[in-house]
Ligand binder design. Structure first.
Ligand SMILES: [Zn+2]
Length: 179
């Protein structure tokens, strides 16, 4: 018996009704970027099903260079594999979702940030940049960052949203745009 045991039991339940899907374009034509917080899983909050949308998660749901690289790869893959199945000028929309009560918000505090940097060896300026203290502000900044990245395909649109932990509601802050 390990901590994984109950989850393996759930997987046994899961496979009783499982049918594998074919490799195809994500049926929602969306890619989600959001926080790794276990209270904001988009499979639950947005009802995402298997095959609907790739989900990229990190601390805060920030548009880091690694996220930009992954989105560039997904756009290349979509065009190569499914170019004939999707509209020629549109591959997918990237929805960036930040949330209230984000744990990265503690990094806005200089003392907390310094302690973190000393304990982990992470760069203090990078920690400060990753903080989501006001999700409405940071999500707008990250939409801009992705839109302005030279690695973003012009066939990929970007939108911004805030998830409220208190109510479970997702609010759109920036409508989808291509530039
Ligand atoms: Zn968070």
């Amino acid at each position: 018996m390990t901590r994984m045991t109950p989850l393996l039991d759930r997987n046994e339940q899961f496979i009783t009704a499982y049918t594998p899907g074919p490799l195809g374009p994500p049926t929602a034509q969306m890619v989600i970027v959001t926080c790794l917080d276990h209270r904001v899983d988009p499979a639950i909050t947005l009802g995402l099903q298997l095959g609907e949308a790739p989900v990229i998660r990190n601390a805060g749901g920030r548009v880091t260079q690694a996220v930009i690289d992954d989105i560039a790869f997904l756009a290349f893959l979509a065009e190569q594999l499914f170019g004939g199945q999707i509209e020629a000028d549109r591959l997918f929309e990237v929805a960036i979702i930040h949330h209230s009560q984000c744990g990265t918000g503690f990094l806005a505090d200089p003392g907390f940030r310094r302690q973190d940097a000393e304990a982990t060896g992470l760069d203090e300026a990078a920690l400060e940049a990753s903080a989501v203290a006001d999700p409405h502000t940071t999500v707008k900044a990250d939409v801009e960052r992705l839109l302005n990245s030279p690695l973003r395909s012009p066939k990929v649109s970007v939108s911004g949203h805030v998830y409220d932990i208190a109510t479970g509601r997702l609010t759109t802050t920036v409508d989808a745009m291509y530039s």
